[in-house]
Write a protein that binds this ligand. Structure first.
Ligand code: GLN
Ligand code: ZN
Length: 757
């Protein structure tokens, strides 16, 4: 067996990559120095893999921003608004596509399958495909001459690339295959001429649900590539799920197939067992989790390898991660602040490569020769498994009694609506905001001072109170109907709660790329999640004490907390979601007890957890909805539960959104130019709803007329008695002046609408 990797984090050990990009954008780094800096990181990444004994090292996975953007630019797919292409596009065009320029808006960005990585969506219409360079060849040569590494170039497969693109126009998808296939051939031929033996070609789309017609397209692509470039061997790489149509996929005319044996729920292994594996192909065995941060059960992995050798001869197996390591942080070696048990159970990219190397050797030579290393790995995993943090009796008892836990409000929405009208006496078309107000430099610097210990808790609390007071007064002055406290004490909607709940830890350097230079450091859910003490009560109660208008309590929902964290892998995500949900219920109840009886539980990331396979979507949505309801169901009839969502494609989630049974939902709508509104023509929704009346992602202040138009459009399909007026999303990224001006216009538009409806 051989050891291999599929992709390495780009961001550098200490986010040097991010810093270089941002310095270059800010004009603080000359282009030449910038290239040199990125080259150093790129070579450093290759060396790290080499030093860890990885035999098959990918090249071309490195990027200046995003690998899908790289592919689009390599094929000359540059929308006309970025100028006419002459020769090789330079960095300014590349970054204009990613980030926008003075003259052209950026290309759209969207989630890479079910991960938190975002890629730039290629735009095909009006493009004139032409090969502008061969970045695979360049990086292959570089690795060889600089480090003596015979790398394996990585290229995103044509079918996946096209499925992620938009604007097929008259050619249609099939036409675009014809159009781009010759360019793929050319790229591969140049590699062939250089003496490259293998190319990794990523087709993760094969792991989503695939129709027979689609598979025919895929077959056509690979028949052409193997016929036209006979000297190159292709490893067709899939990940994130089991492959649909296993037998068809493994019979595609390529030389190797990479399968994910971690995120497949055992189906890939079962398929290999049941149907065998073609004798003339290599199997890329994705055994080490490329998305989680935990050490693997190496003994179990050796057993899987053993099972695979029943179907595939050992010399045709590559031991590899389940997907590119882009989704995990670089190295756990520096996490000295975590307690030992937790630290020793972690495996980031480097540690995962160590595991791959070890597994490969153990499989080749026999596990006895590596008994000590295997035992050590096992010991650290078990230590965490048996730690008190995973034995919180109360949590286990609550989960065991889940069937007795209420997950429905006592009264139906009709009854609640009347009771709530009575209690709150809100005007027609009530106005509110989504939660956060501007996080000014002042707010951020105060938090830094407090974190560094320069400010004591008292001083910091007083500062936060001052902010709250300022904004309560502003909301009163603006004439809003339902207030919020403004979230000044929170950096981030998950971290804030994670720091206050038991079961969470925070790494020092556990960064992963989210999009472009933007990295996130997800909290780690390592133990049982439990409520410790009220988290939001003090600020909310203080805000409420300053006004007679209702102040909404503001919480992040269980599914969003789950989806934006690294989650322990000894329990199902469903069970962890219920643990979080019950902890949040305690907070909801604490708020209610303190007199806060409008409570918003945000679930912007509900959609992010959707499985790739159609048949699994309902199952996920069922438990996600249940988790939300576990958090929100024990309140009084008069208590009004709100929720909020962004990027919500309504049509395929309407049943779940209804099932949340929130009294009021606000959804981002204006960012996508109100597309969502149309869904309500076909689908009935009868609870309180606010479709965002202006986009908050731009500093532009919307006019009263514009907002009025959005309200009119919404009220064509929704009843004015159920409609709320609010911006698309939280306002924390906006400046004070623009926020006040926008909200002023929003209230003015509402007053006009109240006369009309
Ligand atoms: N309440 C949060 C805020 O206003 C919601 C953020 C979100 O939807 N992502 O910031
Ligand atoms: Zn939002």
């Amino acid at each position: 067996m051989k050891s291999g990797n599929l992709g390495y984090p780009r961001i550098g050990r200490n986010r040097e990559w991010k810093k270089a990009l941002e310095a270059y954008w800010a004009g603080k780094l000359e282009e030449e120095a910038f290239h040199a800096e990125l080259k150093a990181i790129r070579l450093g990444n290759l060396k790290a893999q080499q030093e860890r004994g990885i035999e098959i090292i990918p090249v071309g996975d490195f990027t200046y921003y995003d690998h899908i953007l790289d592919t689009a630019v390599m094929f000359g797919l540059i929308p006309a608004r970025f100028g006419r292409l002459e020769g090789k596009p330079d960095l300014s065009v590349y970054y204009a596509m990613a980030r926008g320029s003075r003259d052209a808006t950026a290309c759209e960005m969207t989630k890479w399958f079910n991960t938190n990585y975002h890629y730039i969506v290629p735009e095909l219409d009006q493009a004139n495909p032409v090969l502008t360079g061969n970045r695979l060849l360049d990086t292959y040569r570089e690795a060889k001459t600089e480090l003596g590494i015979e790398g394996r170039p990585v290229l995103v497969g044509l079918y996946t690339f096209l499925k992620l693109s938009k604007g097929y126009g008259r050619e249609g998808l099939a036409g675009w295959i014809d159009c781009l296939l010759p360019l793929y051939v050319q790229v591969l031929r140049e590699l062939e001429a250089e003496g490259v033996a293998w190319v990794q070609i990523d087709e993760p789309i094969l792991s989503s649900s695939l129709s027979g017609d689609e598979l025919a397209h895929v077959a056509r692509i690979y028949e052409t590539l193997t016929k036209e470039v006979p000297g190159i061997k292709l490893l067709l790489q899939t990940y994130f799920e089991s492959v649909d149509r296993y037998q068809d996929v493994v019979s595609l005319p390529v030389h190797g197939i990479g399968l994910d044996f971690v995120h497949d729920e055992g189906r890939n292994l079962q398929a290999v067992r049941e149907h065998g594996f073609p004798a003339d192909k290599v199997l890329g065995a994705g055994l080490i989790d490329g998305r989680g941060i935990w050490k693997a059960d190496l003994q179990g992995k050796l057993e899987t390898l053993n099972a695979l050798t029943q179907a595939v001869s050992a010399d045709r197996i590559i031991v590899q991660p389940s997907c590119s390591l882009l989704h995990v942080p670089v190295s756990a070696a520096q996490e000295n602040l975590l307690h030992t048990t937790l630290r020793e159970a972690l495996a980031f990219a480097d540690e995962k490569l160590d595991e791959i190397a070890l597994l490969t050797k153990a499989a080749n030579v026999g596990a006895q020769a590596f008994a000590a290393e295997l035992a050590e790995s096992d010991r650290s995993r078990k230590a965490l498994e048996q730690s008190p943090s995973r034995a919180r009796k109360q949590v286990h008892a609550r989960i065991a009694g889940l069937t007795q836990q209420p997950s429905s409000r006592t009264e139906s929405f009709d009854v609640r609506r009347k009771a709530q009208q009575e209690r709150w006496k809100l005007p027609l078309l009530p106005t509110t905001t989504i939660g956060s107000f501007p996080q000014t430099p002042e707010v951020r610097s105060a938090r830094q001072k407090w974190r560094k210990g320069e400010w004591g808790a008292e001083k910091y609390d007083a500062f936060i109170k001052e902010q709250i007071k300022t904004w309560i007064d502003l909301q009163a002055e603006l004439g809003l109907d339902v207030f919020v406290h403004g979230e000044f004490e929170r950096t981030d909607m998950v971290e804030f709660f994670g720091e206050k709940l038991a079961g969470f830890a925070f790494t020092a350097n556990g960064w992963v790329q989210s999009y472009g230079s933007r990295c996130v450091k997800p909290p780690v859910i390592y133990g049982d999640v439990e409520f410790v003490a009220p988290m939001t009560v003090a600020e909310t109660v203080y805000a409420q004490s300053l006004t007679t208008k209702p102040v909404k309590g503001m919480l992040t929902g269980p599914i969003t907390i789950l989806n934006w964290s690294f989650v322990r892998d000894d329990k199902s995500r469903e069970e962890v979601a219920y643990q979080i949900a019950l902890a949040l219920r305690d907070e909801v109840e604490a708020l209610e007890k303190a007199g806060i009886c409008m409570i918003q539980v945000d679930e912007p990331a509900l959609r992010e957890g959707l499985p790739l396979k159609e048949e699994k979507k309902d199952g996920y949505l069922d438990w996600a909805v249940r988790a939300f309801r576990l958090s929100t169901s024990t309140v009084q009839t008069e208590t009004q539960i709100h929720t909020h969502m962004c990027y919500c494609e309504f049509h395929d989630m309407i049943d779940s959104i209804r099932a949340l049974d929130a009294d009021v939902i606000s959804i981002e709508t204006s960012r996508s130019h109100g597309e969502l509104i149309g869904s309500f023509e076909e689908h009935i929704y009868d609870k309180g709803i606010g479709l965002g009346v202006y986009d908050i992602h731009s500093p532009r202040v919307p006019t009263v007329e514009e907002i009025g138009t959005m309200i009119d459009r919404a009220l064509k399909v929704l009843d004015s008695a159920q409609f709320w007026i609010n911006p698309d999303c939280g306002l924390k990224t906006r400046k004070l002046e623009e926020t006040v001006a926008s909200l002023r216009n929003m209230v003015a538009a509402t007053l006009l609408a109240r006369d009309k409806y």
